[in-house]
Design a protein around this ligand. Sequence first.
Ligand SMILES: [Zn+2]
Length: 275
Amino acid sequence: MGLKINCCFFLLMIFSFASLRAQKCGTTVSAEYMRTHYNQVSSLTYQAHDTCLNKKLSIVFHVVLDSSNNPGVTPATLTTCVNNLNNYFKRICITFMNCSTNFIPNYNYNQWNGPIHEPMVFPNYYVDSTINIYVVQSIVAPGNIGGYAYMPGGPDVIVLQKANLTDLTAVHEMGHFFGLPHTFETIGGSELVNESNCATSGDGFCDTEADPHPAGENNNEPCSFTYGPQDANGNYYTPPVDNIMTYYKNCRCRFTQQQYNHMAFMYYTIRNYLH
Ligand SMILES: [Zn+2]
């Protein structure tokens, strides 16, 4: 684990301040989605190397203005967000571009309530076949979170808090957008440390260590995890605290090979209409 953390030290330096403020995510991964996901992952033999999609995908930012008509973010902030995404997705040759920035002149949406505001905002501010990122002051529903995304098959939407634009929240949500569950997500019972049930429990990927979250979570620890929780065999969990799709703060800095290849697969099979 120490080696993995060292490999990410440079990125950690960049993001450590911002990630201290990182909040949890509100992306919903349904049991139905997970059933399909396990079937997809187990029926595929992912290539041992990264797929290169060679795609440029457009992002449209929709920034909600405050009561004084100020955006609360600068163009440089949006550029940093796009650069972070490009840094993490270059391994599968996806480049994101800030296609355009819209401003939504209704400050009521700055306290974003997804179930209420989505049907009011999406019909007026949504660009087909692009990745629509809504930028708001805070997200009050679903939950007190930094952001959320729709999994493949849903609308092409990510919602982010302004304060989380330059940390790894956008990268985490883009992981969901291209089909990744959280590392701890499971409908197949607890994933075992020896990975013997890795394809039918946890996130379905066998190169992400079993993650018992929320067991062991401790934000006073450097990587937000206290070692001690054991699986059904009595083995101690060593969760992938450096993985982007965890809830462990401060040490997140990587996707695994299977995660990258699955994101490429989900682009090819579901979100291939994006341009
Ligand atoms: Zn998430």
